[in-house]
Design a protein. Structure first.
Length: 110
């Protein structure tokens, strides 16, 4: 008798996950990616314009620079006048004090 050796059948190959097959992205995934990229670029563009406008506003001299200079000169002139008036008032107070002192001294001596 002839004996036939039977080879066992190999096990079936394991099932591979679906993501391993290179089928390409879905159209919805592409659309979402495009919308995210466009929105990000647009947001950065708007932010860039806002920052640039603020920097220009803070670094440029105001348009009414002449008016500000006139006001500064007026304040300096008024400050000088107030100082002069203060000196005159001090002088007047000293004059009044010297005029009253002799009269007070005479009354005490009587």
């Amino acid at each position: 008798m002839l004996q036939v050796v039977q080879i066992p059948t190999p096990p079936p190959p394991p099932e591979l996950p679906e993501w391993m097959f290179n089928t390409g992205p879905e159209p919805l995934e592409i659309a979402i990616a495009v919308v995210v990229v466009v929105a990000s670029i647009g947001g950065l563009g708007i932010l860039w314009m806002l920052v640039r406008g603020l920097v220009r506003k803070w670094t440029q001299p105001p348009a009414n620079q002449e008016v500000l200079e006139d006001l500064r000169h007026a304040v300096q002139r008024l400050s000088a006048e107030v100082g002069e008036l203060h000196e005159r008032m001090d002088f007047a107070e000293r004059m009044l004090a010297t005029q009253r002192e002799p009269a007070r001294l005479e009354r005490q001596g009587e």
